[in-house]
Design a protein around this ligand. Structure first.
Ligand code: PXL
Length: 281
């Protein structure tokens, strides 16, 4: 007969809670799927409120087919999550929103409680969305979500949009990070990725006091799907576990670098990051 141990023999350690408010990307490379896998890999309890569903179209050069989740359904998900974990959920990550209406719904729910960390991955334009629509989304994101962020992770394009700086060099990226910090008050991890020349993938961290360039050799010559989502999710997980913003940025860079090294190949023109990269590093 198998005897069950009494409950006091279990390790009752409770993991830190991390919520992602993000879109589904069906192939599992990016979006909420990447966030959840990252949370699990880094030892936090992952929670998702879905904002939209993206399905790439193999008949149309893998362009994005985008369907928003209805505003009341987004509000209901957040109501359930915030009621369930009232008092213990203090860390969230914001990924793809996709529309101004979604941004307002999410901003309203975020204001219902106090947060220790709001990590904004300012996903701006998604291929397959109308540019007019995307411009509205950009404006709403800057007006409603950026002020709530404690940490933000713009890529090259998003850094230019949020700062107004044209980014061609590392010095430009530093200037953009500083300006984004000035307007938001958030810690900024501005990603040069594959967009800056040279052998290394450079990111700039700036929090108003410390400016640090994070560097890792570029791997291959293409961006990898899910790298941005996984980086922001890794920052989120590390912050929830108690890391400082700079420590969180450094660990997230390591996580993503190893994930890119061990990427997963399919038939899309971009590979997907593997969140288990550090297991075999
Ligand atoms: O990588 C940005 C991104 C975020 N969220 C969703 C996406 C994508 C890109 O494909 O589909 C849902």
């Amino acid at each position: 007969m198998v005897r069950m141990p009494s409950t006091d023999q279990y390790d009752m350690h409770t993991p830190a809670l991390t919520l992602t408010i993000a879109g589904s990307e069906a192939t599992g490379g990016a979006g909420a799927q990447a966030d959840l896998k990252t949370f699990q890999e880094l030892g936090t309890f992952g929670i998702v409120a879905l904002t939209c569903i993206v399905a790439f179209d193999p008949k149309d050069d893998w362009n994005h087919r985008f369907v928003p989740v209805q505003a009341d359904v987004i509000a209901n998900q957040l109501e359930a999550i915030q009621a369930d974990y009232a008092g213990s959920l203090k860390t969230t990550k914001l990924g793809m929103m996709g529309s101004p209406e979604t941004i307002s719904t999410v901003a309203t729910a975020l204001r219902n409680q106090e947060w220790d960390h709001v990590v904004l991955d300012p996903v701006l334009i998604c291929k397959g969305q109308e540019p007019g629509h995307a411009l509205d989304t950009d404006r709403a994101l800057k007006a409603e979500l950026l002020p709530l962020a404690t940490f933000t992770t713009p890529n090259h394009f998003e850094s230019e949009q949020l700062s107004g700086v044209t980014v061609r060099t590392l010095e430009d990226l530093k200037e953009a990070a500083k300006r984004i910090h000035e307007v938001s008050g958030a810690a900024v991890l501005a990603k040069g990725g594959m967009k800056l020349d040279g052998p290394d993938a450079l990111d700039v961290f700036y929090d108003g006091e410390t400016l640090e360039v994070l560097s890792a050799p570029k791997i291959g010559d293409h961006g990898v799907s899910g790298a941005g989502c996984s980086l922001a999710a890794a920052v989120t997980a590390e912050l929830a576990k108690g890391a400082t913003p700079l420590e969180a940025a450094r660990r997230a860079k390591e996580f993503v670098t190893e994930g890119i090294r061990q990427r997963v190949t399919g038939n899309t023109p971009f590979d997907a990051l593997w969140q288990g990269g550090l297991r075999r590093a």
